[in-house]
Design a binder for this molecule. Structure first.
Ligand code: FAD
Length: 205
């Protein structure tokens, strides 16, 4: 008996979607995975002890620890893209953005650049889509106003406030002297991620 035309269309759609998905996963850029665990490595730990540190201190860090074994796999890659985002995934993604912004912040920022990061933090404390986190972060900002006089100052300040959040959620304190080893480089071809004008003018003005 010949195939039902609807069934044939469904099959064709499935096959298209599957090859489209495979294609997408090939062309989407991988995040800067090779820098993920440098601080622990720099601290002199072996790969095995780093793995147990990560998994023992944070059950959700299993993905990150797995990176040590397979650096091509992304921390932020989600097993099931359709599942709701967890507070942890959102947090990890947000800290990744913030620490990368800090790592790329100019050594001698303009007034506008300093204002930008202060506003970024203030806005985050209002619209962060986890209310308890946003409310807590508002308090953190009140007692720790943004310090963004230079790249070093801003990245140390961010490390400090991240540690305040870490402490409040029972996560290990990160050694801030390792922040430059942990965050910074971007895996972008042909320096396409470089900020315009080098480290002193990260903004187009
Ligand atoms: P994360 O804390 O997400 O950190 C990601 C990676 O950054 C770590 O694996 C480590 O390599 C590195 N890192 C860790 N600490 C530092 C540091 N101090 N400096 C530099 N690098 C560091 N969750 C709650 O349950 N309650 C809250 O109130 C809450 N508030 C939050 C407020 C903000 C603004 C944000 C962005 C997130 C908040 N979260 C909160 C989420 C929480 O901070 C974590 O992101 C989440 O629990 C996942 O933790 P993680 O162990 O994967 O590592």
């Amino acid at each position: 008996m010949s195939e039902n035309p609807l069934e044939a269309i469904t099959k064709a759609c499935r096959s298209f979607c599957s090859s489209f998905q495979t294609h997408l996963s090939r062309i989407l850029p991988a995040p800067p995975v090779e820098h993920v665990d440098k601080p622990y490595a720099a601290a002199g730990s072996s790969s095995a002890s780093i793995f147990s540190f990560l998994t023992a201190s944070n059950p959700r860090a299993v993905d990150e620890a797995a990176l040590l074994k397979n650096p091509k796999e992304s921390v932020l890659e989600r097993k099931n893209a359709a599942a709701p985002l967890t507070k942890e995934e959102l947090g990890r993604a947000t800290w990744t953005l913030l620490h990368t912004v800090a790592a790329k912040f100019p050594d001698t920022p303009t007034r506008q650049q300093k204002r930008d990061v202060r506003e970024l933090m203030a806005i985050l404390s209002r619209i962060y889509p986890c209310k308890e986190c946003a409310d807590h972060f508002k308090d953190v900002l009140k007692s720790n106003p943004v310090q963004a006089g230079s790249q070093a100052e801003f990245s140390q300040w961010l490390c400090h406030v991240h540690n305040i959040v870490n402490r409040s959620v029972g996560k290990p304190i990160f050694p801030c002297q390792r922040v430059n080893a942990r965050w910074g480089k971007l895996d972008c071809p042909d320096r396409s991620c470089d900020l315009e004008g080098g480290t002193n003018s990260g903004y187009p003005f």
